[in-house]
Design a binder for this molecule. Structure first.
Ligand code: ADP
Ligand code: MG
Length: 298
């Protein structure tokens, strides 16, 4: 297992950013980490890379406990933070040499990384002379300098024009051939274009974790239902066709059904039989399109 996140929660003062998020990534997988703004993507990535600590939970990267041994874990992780902070007054090659020096990385790898991200022709230029797409390549080169097994890329394609998008996506796919890649995005199509698997979070909750192939021929549906009253798990497990269920911090349940027929009337009957009132009832996740809407609606 390349990444293993178990029940990670993070609260910033009063803001709950992640609520018991668990997922794992196999070696060599490219995973799209999808969610609207404020979903908790960057927070998860900062925790994965050891830059901030969760309030609870466990994080292993390549078998190393990131919370116990952040420096050790960072040796196996390449990280491209959101907004790609670069010293734009520096020249590309100079910047990468500088990065190698601070992180005590073997400098003989610099040229190989420059070529790997397609920067050879631009390597003598100042970073601020490069287009946004090329600046992202510099960030990617810096992230792979120490030949990490796991790459964490925080919105690597945000702000790129359509041509640059295609190029950076292709580069991510190429890097994913021998690395595990987790990259965040709020663009559903991006996931379709690049990933093996998609993880969707929203308001700190993990909603979906599926292989793309699986998702495309999915008969599962997630129903989000809010009851007027707190109920016991056993009740939910008795509803027909239930595959899994998850309770929110309030009386809202995310219930996954394996069924081609709409399960909303069944939930309605269930509520009535048990003397519950439904305050809200919605279906999600019938297919990529529904997912797309889920992610793009705030
Ligand atoms: P995303 O990357 O998916 O847009 P973030 O992880 O940046 O989401 O943020 C998740 C939530 O946590 C948001 O509501 C955001 O406002 C809040 N948040 C993020 N960083 C901080 C911080 N340093 N202090 C307080 N709240 C924060
Ligand atoms: Mg973010």
């Amino acid at each position: 297992m390349s990444i293993k996140v178990t029940a990670v929660s993070k609260v910033y003062k009063s803001q709950k950013a992640l609520n018991k998020v668990s997922f794992s990534a196999d070696k060599g997988e490219i995973i799209g980490f999808l969610g609207p703004n404020g979903a908790g993507k960057s927070t998860m990535m900062k925790i994965l890379t050891g830059f901030i600590k969760p309030n609870s939970g466990e994080v292993l990267v390549d078998g190393i406990d990131v919370l116990q041994n952040p420096l050790e874990a960072q040796k196996t992780i390449g990280y491209l933070p959101e907004h790609n902070p670069l010293y734009t007054e520096m020249y590309v090659r100079e910047y990468l040499q500088f990065q190698a020096e601070i992180f005590k990385i073997d400098k003989t790898q610099i040229e190989a990384c420059i070529s790997q991200v397609g920067l050879t022709i631009e390597a003598h230029k100042k970073i601020n002379q490069l287009s946004k797409g090329y600046q992202q390549r510099v960030g990617l080169a810096a992230a792979i300098l120490h030949n990490p097994k796991v790459l964490i890329l925080d919105e690597p394609t945000t702000g790129l024009d359509p041509n640059q998008l295609v190029e950076i996506r292709a580069l991510i796919r190429a890097l994913g051939k021998d690395k595990t890649v987790l990259f965040s995005t709020h663009i559903m199509q991006e996931v379709e274009a690049v990933c093996d698997r998609v993880i969707i979070i929203k308001q700190g909750e993990l909603l979906v974790d599926k292989r793309l192939a699986e998702l495309k021929e999915d008969h599962q549906q997630v129903i989000v239902v809010t009851f007027d009253y707190k109920i016991e798990e056993q009740f939910i497990s008795r509803i027909p066709n239930v595959v899994s269920y998850k309770n929110n911090y309030d009386n809202t349940w995310y219930i996954t059904f394996e069924s081609e027929k709409d399960m909303r009337p069944v939930i309605f009957d269930f509520a009535q039989e048990n003397g519950l009132k439904i305050l809200e009832l919605n279906t999600q996740n019938k297919n990529l399109e529904t997912l797309f809407r889920e992610v793009t609606s705030a």
